[in-house]
Ligand binder design. Sequence first.
Ligand SMILES: [Zn+2]
Ligand SMILES: [Zn+2]
Length: 172
Amino acid sequence: MPRMSHMQHMPLELSDLFVTPGSRVAVAECFVFDDLSAEGENLTVSPVTVRGEVTNTGGLVELTYTADFTYSKPCDRCLRETEKSMSHQFIHTLARSAEHEDSDDIIVVTGGALDLFSLVRDDILLELPVRHLCSEHCAGLCPKCGQNLNEGQCGCRSDAVDPRMAVLDTLL
Ligand SMILES: [Zn+2]
Ligand SMILES: [Zn+2]
């Protein structure tokens, strides 16, 4: 399948920045992630605007950026397609090799070129809230007939028996 996104995979060249204390590289990108449905949950994500910079403060190379986008997937309770917008700042320490002890927090930039596309993709997937509701007060679906209870009650409600009461019934 032809893909238009090959140009977005151009890595961010940081070789000069790594050897030049005091230097900075501006980051301004718009990434399209068209494969996120593979992550499940019927997730769709708008183009992601990425703005920030990489700075070499002498000894420390840091990437700071803000990602702005909207994403959409079904409400956890009522399954209605629900869109949310998100603007989140990410900060990463970059190094050319994993020689530091606490290397979990450090992005290793092999060959001085950062794969920003993959990094942003991982960042936003990790940052998406686990809970996704159309509203905090979403009433969900009736477990019996599937009626969307935000749109009105179904006939099942009156039959619903508290399971604790059901146990009492059998005892009596
Ligand atoms: Zn809902
Ligand atoms: Zn019902």
